[in-house]
Design a protein around this ligand. Structure first.
Ligand SMILES: NC(=O)C1=CN([C@@H]2O[C@H](COP(=O)(O)OP(=O)(O)OC[C@H]3O[C@@H](n4cnc5c(N)ncnc54)[C@H](O)[C@@H]3O)[C@@H](O)[C@H]2O)[C@@H](O)CC1
Ligand SMILES: [K+]
Length: 493
C-alpha cells in the first residue's frame, strides 16, 4: 500500500471527483458511510455518540456521520465549533440536511463546550488533512476538553491538529484519540513513534478513491501489509531438497552471550533455511550442540570471543552480530569478513556498533548488505536527529549513500532500500521490546538471504514475519510475559 502526502491526497480526491466522476458531496457521503460501517461493527446503538465538527470538509464528514448514525438509532449529539466564519460548501450542504434530523449545538465560547462523561463515544471531526497551522483559540480549548475527558475518542481521518506528513511542535494542541479511522490510505504521521499518543490504534477504510491515480502517483513511502507480504513469499517446489534452500552462516555468540546465537540460529532454521552453521566462541560448543541440534557448530580458536572466520566458501548468506562483543580481535575478524565475503550479509547489534566506531569498515561494506539498527544504534552510525521525520530522512540518505538496506527497528520498522524508498511494517507489538528479539530478526533475515531472496524482499518479508510471530506470541503469552524464544517458537509461514 502506498502512503501519500497531504497535497497528493488532495490531488487524488480531485482526480476521483473529476474522473469517476463523483460529486465531492457524494464522496463525502461515501467517506461518512465507510466510517459509520467501521463504527457500527464495534459499538451498538445504545452508545451515546457526541460529534465535534469543524467547518471544513472534516467537519462535513462529522455532520454526515451524525445523520447516518442517528438514522441507525444511535443517540447522537452534534456540536459545531465556530472558530471561523467560513465554511466549505460540502460542510454547509450537510449542515442544511442535518438540520431536518437533529438539533445542532453551536460552540462559540468555551462555556458552550459540553460535559463529556466516561460512557460517551466522542467523534473528533474538527480538522483533517487540511490542517495548515497549529490549532489555537476555541479549537485548542475543544481539543483540550476532548483530551481531558475520560470518554473514548475516535478521530475522523486524522487526529485534529496532527500534521499528515510533517513534524508538530511539542506544544501544539492535538487530539489524543483511542482510534483513528483513516480514509483510503494510512498517513505518514501514523508511522512516527513520537505520534503514538496522537494516533491510537489506526484503521484504514476504503472510500473508493481512484486506484489508477494511486498507481500513477509516485511516493517513496509504502506500507507492507498482509497482501504485500504474501506476494513476497515463495512456494516450495515438490522436488526441492535441503540444498535448494541454502546454507546460512551465523557469526554470533561470545562468552556470556551464547543465548543470542541460540535465538538467532533457531529463528534462522524456522525461517526455512536448508542448512545452518553457527560459528561461536569455543566455550559455546556444547551449549549450541545441545540447544540447537539442527545446526552445525563451528568453533573459534578463542575460548571466549569470535576472532577468526571459518572457510566461507560453503555459505549462501552470512549474518553477523548477535552476542558478538566489541573486542579488538572481533573487529579484526569483521575486517576480514568484509574482505572475503562474496554472498549477501546481515549486520546487526555489536557488528553495527563496531561499524560506527570504524567508519572505514562502513565505507567498505558491500552494496546490498542489510543492517538492522534500533534508533540508538542508528544514531551511533549516522548521527543525531531532532525528530522522527528528520531521522527517517537521515536514514534514507544513509541507505542511498552506502547502498545498504536499512531496517530501522521500531513500532512500524522502516525498511529502507538503497534507492531511498521506505517500507513501513504492519506487524509486531510492544511485547517484542525484549532482549533477544533483534537476534531473532537477524536469524530470519539471514535465512531468507541464504534462500536467495533478494535483499529488499528478504528485509520486507523477514521484518513482517518477525512481527507476525511476535503477534502470535503476545496472544499466547501476553505482551508483558512473552520473551524472544516465544517469537522463534511462533514463527510460521
Ligand atoms: N473531497 C474531499 O476532498 C474529501 C475530503 N474528506 C475530508 O476532508 C478533510 C479535509 O478537508 P479540508 O481540506 O476542508 O480541511 P479540514 O477540514 O482539515 O480543515 C478545514 C479548513 O480549516 C482551515 N484550517 C487549517 N488549519 C487550521 C487551524 N489550525 N485553525 C483554523 N483553521 C484551520 C483550512 O483553511 C482548512 O481548509 C479530510 O481530512 C477528510 O476528512 C472526505 O470527506 C473525503 C473526500
Ligand atoms: K479529525
Amino acid at each position: 500500500m502506498k502512503i501519500l502526502s497531504a497535497s497528493q491526497v488532495r490531488e487524488l480526491d480531485a482526480y476521483t471527483i473529476q474522473n469517476e466522476p463523483v460529486s465531492s458531496l457524494d464522496l463525502m457521503e461515501r467517506a461518512a458511510r465507510a466510517f459509520v460501517c467501521w463504527l457500527c461493527a464495534r459499538y451498538d446503538n445504545r452508545k451515546r455518540i457526541v460529534i465535534f465538527c469543524g467547518k471544513g470538509n472534516n467537519g462535513g464528514d462529522g455532520l454526515a456521520i451524525g445523520r447516518l448514525l442517528s438514522g441507525k438509532g444511535y443517540p447522537v449529539s452534534v456540536h459545531v465549533v465556530h472558530y471561523t466564519q467560513k465554511a466549505t460548501d460540502d460542510f454547509q450542504a450537510n449542515l442544511d440536511q442535518l438540520g431536518d434530523f437533529l438539533a445542532i449545538h453551536d460552540i462559540r465560547h468555551v462555556e458552550d463546550i459540553p460535559n463529556l462523561p466516561a460512557g460517551d463515544l466522542l467523534i473528533d471531526a474538527l480538522l483533517g488533512s487540511g490542517l495548515s497551522r497549529p490549532a489555537s483559540g476555541l479549537l485548542e480549548k475543544v481539543i483540550g476538553a476532548l483530551n481531558d475527558s475520560p470518554a473514548e475518542v475516535i478521530s475522523v481521518d486524522i487526529a485534529s491538529g496532527l500534521y499528515m506528513d510533517k513534524v508538530n511542535d511539542t506544544t501544539d494542541a492535538v487530539v489524543k484519540p483511542n482510534h483513528t479511522v483513516s480514509f483510503q490510505l494510512p498517513k505518514l504521521a501514523f508511522m512516527m513513534p513520537h505520534n503514538g499518543p496522537f494516533v491510537g490504534n489506526w484503521h484504514v477504510v476504503d472510500i473508493g478513491l481512484s486506484q489508477t491515480r494511486i498507481d500513477q502517483t509516485e511516493t517513496p513511502y509504502y506500507f507492507t501489509d498482509a497482501p504485500a507480504a504474501r506476494h513476497l513469499i515463495r512456494a516450495r517446489e515438490k522436488f526441492s531438497h535441503k540444498g535448494t534452500f541454502g546454507h546460512a552462516l551465523l557469526l554470533a555468540g561470545s562468552y556470556g552471550k551464547m543465548g543470542a546465537a541460540q535465538l538467532s540460529g533457531g529463528a534462522c532454521l524456522r525461517a526455512g533455511v536448508g542448512l545452518l552453521t553457527v560459528h561461536v566462541a569455543r566455550c559455546g560448543y556444547t551449549i549450541m550442540q545441545i540447544a540447537l541440534p539442527e545446526a552445525m557448530v563451528s568453533v573459534d580458536i578463542h575460548e571466549q570471543l569470535i576472532t577468526t572466520l571459518p572457510e566461507l566458501a560453503p555459505y549462501t548468506a552470512i549474518g553477523v552480530g548477535p552476542g558478538l562483543g566489541k573486542e579488538p580481535q572481533t573487529l579484526k575478524a569483521l575486517d576480514e569478513l568484509i574482505e572475503q565475503a562474496k554472498v549477501p550479509m546481515v549486520w546487526d547489534a555489536d557488528a553495527l556498533n563496531l561499524l560506527s566506531e570504524n567508519p572505514d569498515l562502513l565505507k567498505r561494506l558491500p552494496a546490498g548488505t542489510l543492517i538492522t539498527p534500533h534508533p540508538k544504534e542508528f544514531e551511533r552510525l549516522a548521527g543525531k536527529s531532532n525528530d522522527d521525520y528528520e531521522r527517517l530522512e537521515l536514514a534514507r540518505r544513509f541507505a542511498q549513500e552506502h547502498s545498504l538496506v536499512v531496517c530501522l527497528k521500531g513500532a512500524h520498522t522502516a525498511v529502507i532500500f538503497p534507492n531511498g524508498s521506505v517500507h513501513f511494517n504492519a506487524t509486531g507489538n510492544a511485547g517484542m521490546a525484549t532482549g533477544g528479539s533483534g537476534d531473532v530478526l537477524t536469524g530470519i533475515l539471514t535465512s531468507l538471504l541464504a534462500q536467495k531472496y533478494p535483499p529488499e524482499d528478504a528485509a520486507r518479508l523477514g521484518v513482517y514475519q518477525h512481527g507476525v510471530a511476535g503477534d502470535r506470541a503476545s496472544r499466547a503469552r501476553s505482551k508483558v510475559s512473552m520473551i524472544a524464544s516465544d517469537i522463534v517458537e511462533n514463527l510460521g509461514w
